[in-house]
Design a protein around this ligand. Structure first.
Ligand code: 1GP
Length: 236
């Protein structure tokens, strides 16, 4: 079987269609050498703002994937699609409910070869995604490990996404998570706004995602994370 597009990604920038990004900033991001752009956001993502961002990104060669968090914003033309499933919420609509509803309508049109589920474990209670999905972020080590077993061994999801959006997470927990996974690729995202933080996360996570820092005065530091991740070896 052909290797999935994301299996070689070490560094990814996440772009939010709802947020403003100048042409200069987008130019720097697209030419930064990052492995891919991931388009997605927790709120305010619409068909129109997603199409708009995609058309701007398409002037560049960088691979671009969409994280589909609402069916209205499922725009064709991306290189890959990710379907998040939040594992640490009791609200079934965020685990499979909305996804089932979307598949009922659009299942026959989905490019399955380019579509991958992500098992989200949201760990920052202040993150928008945590609040929107009412995620139970206060997991002790055993509960956390159980979520990993669920994602990796029972559900056999190809990706586990440790989401700390807005705060730099517990790197020891990232390290342990990677070692518990047997098949899933580990995405880490949250609070990376320096080369040093990017290096720490890249030691343990297969793929490091940088988002918020692109949108303010931290842009140049955010851009420096590409090289930092490239220079970091994943610790076995
Ligand atoms: C957000 O995981 C990403 O979904 C990245 O987190 O925005 O904190 O960089 P930050």
């Amino acid at each position: 079987m052909q290797e999935a597009i994301y299996e070689t990604w070490r560094h990814v920038f996440k772009l939010d269609p709802e947020r403003e990004l100048s042409d200069e900033a987008l130019d720097a991001i697209c030419l930064s050498g990052t492995d891919a752009l991931l388009v997605g956001g927790s709120t305010g993502v619409t068909y129109d703002n997603t199409v708009d961002l995609l058309s701007r990104i398409r002037r560049y060669e960088v691979p671009c994937a969409l994280e589909v968090s609402s069916e209205e914003a499922a725009v064709p033309g991306f290189d890959h699609y990710f379907i998040p499933m939040v594992l640490n919420t009791e609200r079934a609509e965020w685990i499979i409910g909305r996804q089932i509803e979307a598949l009922r309508k659009w299942g026959t049109f989905i490019p399955w070869e380019e579509t991958t589920a992500e098992g989200y474990i949201i760990l920052n209670p202040r993150a928008q995604a945590a609040q929107a999905t009412q995620a139970s972020c206060e997991l002790d080590d055993d509960q956390f490990a159980a979520h990993l077993y669920m994602a990796d061994r029972l559900m056999r999801l190809p990706i586990v996404y440790m989401e700390y959006s807005g705060m730099f997470g517990d790197m020891e927990r990232v390290r342990r998570a990677r070692h518990l996974l047997t098949g899933a690729r580990l995405f880490y995202g949250g609070g990376i706004d320096t080369a040093e933080k990017a290096q720490l996360a890249a030691q343990y996570a297969h793929t490091v995602v940088v988002g918020n820092a692109l949108y303010d005065e931290r842009l140049s530091a955010a851009l420096s994370t590409v090289q930092a991740v490239r220079n970091t070896v994943l610790i076995k």
